[in-house]
Every structure is written in structure tokens, then in C-alpha cells.
Design a binder for this molecule. Sequence first.
Ligand SMILES: *Cc1c(COP(=O)(O)O)cnc(C)c1O
Length: 443
Amino acid sequence: MKNRELFSQINQVIASKDSEVAELISAESYRQRSTICLIPSENYVSAEVALALASPFTNKYSEGYPHVWKEGNLIDKNGRYYQGQENANKLEKLAIQRALELFTDNPSAYHANVQAISGAPANLAVIGAFLKPGDTLMGLALDYGGHLTHGHKVSVTSHYYNAVHYTLNEEGKLDYDEIERLAEEYKPKLIISGATAYPLKIDFERFGRIAKKVGAILLADISHIAGLCVTGEHPHPFPHADVITSTTHKILRGPRAGVIVCKKEYGPQVDKALFPALQGGPHMNTIAAMAVAFKEAMSEEYKAYAKQVVKNAKVLSEKLKEYKFKLISGGTENHLILIDVVNNENGVTVKNASWFAERLELAGIVTNKNTVPGDAKPWNPSGIRMGTPAVTTLGMKEKEMEKIAELIWLTAKHAEDDSKIAEIRSEVELLVSKFTEDSNFII
Ligand SMILES: *Cc1c(COP(=O)(O)O)cnc(C)c1O
């Protein structure tokens, strides 16, 4: 049975009791099947991941861990607060083992925590594990591509901690000498490397040397590039970083959650900082889906996928450059492209990125607005962020990337013209339907 038929039958079960929710699920399924998703943080999960999320593990409370720590050693002993954990313990241990196999080449030297509800709490837990309130952390500024949890002023990561930031240079690149200078000046206890909108490779080795020099812990937040790091498409943070955090729902194609992998010596404090310091019971159904996704990410198929994600991003970015869009950092070395749509050089005037993102959505191309370096108003940014993880999951290749670049260009050129936008939308639906009809991922 095709996945779509399977999930449509499942939705009929919901519809028989709750038509309002079932209709929304069905409408969302249609939206995902009929538009091109270029949001770099989104993807489509396999049926196996989706079904694990819907499994009976959702009913189980499992506060605590399937292990205990004793003098820095992990002991295989039930560390839960509720009874009935025989399967939950096996499941979480399996997910931890798979996380270690996926993210490290020496599982016995590291520890993994799979309980973070999402990426933001994973980062909060790591910060809490190493810093006391008031201590200094350093990360990439939000308006230069950093994440809120890297110490932005609206985040608790700056309310409770002293957050300092590095930025990008005029070419839109990380300036490691400047990062080193700032680290020596501010002496942060924790340095965060990683970004939510940075199209170039990150030099974790250099970050590691800087952290060592100033006695800081190095956290590599690889939420966006995890799938590239574990397949060799991007340099790996280990052994340079002390801790890795990642979301599992972006390029990793798993459920919405966070994973933390750290040097084993930090295991006890990281576990404690996540539970009981930050969260209550883990979402065991999500952990089941994580285990499934980790196994998928270790396959040859996933390796080929990651390679194609990068290839597709390259082709999409080169084509966009041919249409004279202004690309931040000059192009891409990963899965992500950031274009400055206000200051492009192709004669097209775009008022602001929010408006253009709306016009693109009307044309069936779903992206997100984003700040670009130097944007004065983060709530009214000049950039559009896009990426290739989702379209590559659908099976799109170089040819489709060229077509998508053309459709983006046409949308920019005719942005004010509703009937032209409607024509582009028909082209988008035709293109995407060829890939979503039989996809093993679209549900
Ligand atoms: C997405 C992201 C996060 C946060 O993940 P959520 O699941 O949205 O909480 C953290 N760091 C980076 C770099 C991200 O891209």
C-alpha cells in the first residue's frame, strides 16, 4: 500500500470521531504535497518514523534514565521513578546506542542523551550543565545567522547568562582571528559554534583550538548540518568539540526532538541538567521515532541523500546567481542558501523579505524570511532563507533545482502580478506532484 493511502485510512479513523481535526490533517497533507518546501529546517519523515510517533510508547511516563551514574561510570541499572519500564528502558538504551554510533566513531568515549524535547531545550541543558547563572557564553549573533538560544537578548540564554557574540566579516564569513580575539577578551566558559543560517562550512578544529586556549567548553550545535557531518559531507565536530547538540527533525529526517552527545566525562552533569533540572518525563514515542531515524541515517541510502542535498544546493545557488540574486557569503557549501532580496542586482525591486516570502508562498514555493548581516530591523529582514533537504527527500535532482531557480526568478519578476503568480503556482503543482505522488516520505 502507498504511504498516502495508509495514512489516509488512518485519518479516516480520526475522522469518524473528530472531523474537525481530521480535516485539518488532510488539508495539511495536501498543502505539503502541492507546494515546494524550501525551508531548510523542514523535511518529510518516513512512514516508520511517523508510525513510531503514534505508538503506545506515547502512553508511558519514564521520568529518569535507563541507567545511573556512579563515580563517573554509567551503570546499567534502572534509574526511573515509575514502574513498568522494561520496554522503555530497552528502547532508550537502543536510541542512545544508535546516537553514539551515528555521531561518533568511538561510542565508548562518549555519552548521548536523547530526552530533549527539541533543539532549544537541548541547548539550555548544555548551558546549564556547564555554567552558573551570570557566567559568560559566546555564540554567533542572531542577525548574522546564530540561533536564539546562542544568547540572543530575548532568550533566557541571555537573561540568566552573560552572553557575548561574534559576527561575520564583510564577506559574510566567520572570522576566526576575530573570534579568538573576542574569546581572549571575554573569557567565556562556553563557546557555541553552529548556526541556523550560515551557508559555509564551519571550522570546528579552529573553534576547538580557540576554546582550549581560553579554557572554554566547545558546544557544536549542528542542528542544521547534522546529516552532513555524519555522512562526511561536512567536517565533523568531534574530537574538537566537547559537546554536540542537534535537532533530529531537520536534515536528520526524524521526529521533532533534540539529541545531545558529549565526551563521556561530562555525561553525569549533562544528564542532570536535562532531567531533573529542565524537563520532566521524556517523550518515549519520540525516542522510538528517534531510534528509527538514527538507523535510517546510518544507511547507504542516507549517505547518497546527504550528497545529493549538497549537490542540489550548489546547483540552486549557482542558478540563482545567474539570475543575479545577491547571495550572502557568496554561495553555499552546505544545504542552505541565504539571498538578500532587497538589495539584489537583477533590476527587480522587492519591498521587503516578508512580502516576497508571501508572494513566493502564493506561487507555491515555501521559504522563510531571515535577517542578513547588517539588517537593522530583525522583524523586517531583507533576506530569504532556503535549503534543499526537503526537496531532495522527494527525489528532486539538479534539473529540478534549475527549474526552481527559474520559478523563483519569475516570481520576483512578476511579484505584483496575481495572474502570473497563479500561472507559476500551476507549474509548481505539476512539478511537485510528480515527486509526491508515490513518495515513501510524503504522508
Ligand atoms: C532549529 C535550531 C535550534 C532549535 O531547535 P527547536 O527544535 O526549534 O527548539 C537550535 N539551534 C539551531 C542551530 C537550530 O537551527
